[in-house]
Ligand binder design. Structure first.
Ligand SMILES: *Cc1c(COP(=O)(O)O)cnc(C)c1O
Length: 379
């Protein structure tokens, strides 16, 4: 129950456990092309340009940053935690002049503050993190997309912990780049960086005055490859992670079979049930209000007088793996539970029960199974 790598569907594992085909084998070309087409449906971006490149979510951030930033460009980073800071550092590496807007722990940056900053200076792009996996704080990308359009600023959404788990309508909301990695809500083992890019962002890249400062990430190298797979033609730049692409095709099929609306609704329900269950265990979560709470993971504070590491190992004794804190300034004061992908009633109940048992072992007096009743009523 950690926020990535998550637990994967057996069918996805089966799809990749085959002798590795050639990257130009006709069946493989079909799987890659089909996966790219399905990405546009999952991202809800019919006119977008999909990219899948071997690497992690950080590479997806790197691909967006290196292709769209030229030295001296102004970029705004709307940060809600660990991954916002990573984006700021990354953009600076490519010569961006970065304005960092940070929210207090557990909160989001208010839209008025973002708009005030946009009025002051002309930015080329702005980034935000949909779900910050370090705090479980969720931004609403829709009004940020509206601001991007209003001030003619490209919008990049770090959706590594949200794509296929939280609602994203990339095209309707006017988001220029939505990026993710395979091992979170997409439901494929780690190793794929994935992006869908708007026609506007592609044209900004085409009109660069200098070459991209990152050879591996350069769209000049990858665009012909993606186009070739979409047209079911063989091509080569760097060897794709062949078996992972087979897993991706299967996972995207399962996602679309469930239906985007149903899948998002299931995550909403699971997230809500989990948060309410935590509440009835007396645990407080980092997000300051329900509107800023993610559905793909939760981040509860350790209760007072409870030793965090003992609580986590008690949960492990019950057979459930959770994650420790990630945000440096509060790292030892909270833990994280992922609930995305194939997670349903069984996982929510088992995890809440494990936390309850561990809390009782730590000396807390709790009413047996009260958290389960709360969660099951919602589910
Ligand atoms: C996990 C994560 C990343 C980094 O992904 P890696 O695959 O670990 O490089 C970036 N942003 C967010 C929001 C994440 O959750």
């Amino acid at each position: 129950m950690i926020p990535g790598p998550i637990e994967f569907e057996p069918e996805v594992m089966d799809a990749m456990c085959v002798p590795t085909p050639s990257h130009v084998a006709p069946d493989f070309i079909e799987s890659f092309g089909h996966s790219l087409e399905m990405m546009k449906l999952v991202w809800m971006c019919p006119s977008g340009q999909p990219f899948v490149v071997a690497g992690t979510g950080t590479l997806a951030m790197d691909i967006a940053g290196s292709n769209l930033i030229e030295p001296g460009d102004c970029a705004m980073v709307i940060s809600t935690g660990y991954f916002g800071h990573r984006f700021a550092n990354l953009l600076r590496r490519y010569g961006a002049n970065v304005t960092l807007l940070t929210a207090p722990v557990g909160d989001i940056v208010p839209l008025e503050e973002i708009e005030a900053a946009l009025k002051k200076k002309k930015y080329k792009l702005m980034t935000s993190t949909h779900v910050d996996t370090s705090t479980a704080v969720m931004n609403d990308p829709k009004p940020i997309g509206v601001l991007g359009k209003k001030y003619d600023v490209l919008t990049i959404l770090d959706g590594v912990c949200s794509v296929a788990g939280e609602e994203i309508q990339q095209e309707a909301w006017g988001i220029d780049v939505v990026l993710t990695a395979s091992q979170k809500a997409i439901g494929v083992p780690p190793g794929l960086a994935m992006l869908v890019v708007s026609p506007k962002a592609m044209s900004v890249w085409k009109n660069r005055s200098q070459p991209v400062g990152n050879y591996y990430a350069d769209w000049e190298n990858w665009l012909p490859i993606m186009d070739a797979y979409l047209q079911r033609k063989p091509s080569y730049f760097g060897t794709p992670a062949v078996n992972l692409i087979l897993a991706l095709e299967k996972s995207l099929q399962l996602i679309l079979k469930e239906g985007m609306e149903q899948r998002i609704e299931r995550h909403r329900k699971v997230g809500h049930a989990f948060r309410e269950g935590l509440k009835s265990l007396g645990l407080k979560i980092i997000p300051l209000n329900d509107g800023a709470a993610a559905n793909t993971l939760s981040a509860p504070w350790f209760p007072e007088n409870v030793q965090g590491s003992a609580l986590i190992s008690g949960i492990l004794d019950e057979g459930v793996i959770v994650a420790g804190g990630l945000l440096p300034e509060i790292k030892t004061s909270y833990f994280r539970v992922g609930h995305m992908g194939m997670v349903g009633k069984n996982e929510v109940v088992t995890t809440l029960k494990a936390i309850e048992t561990s809390l009782i072992k730590q000396g807390l007096r709790l009413e047996n199974d009260a958290c389960l009743k709360t969660a099951l009523e919602i589910l």
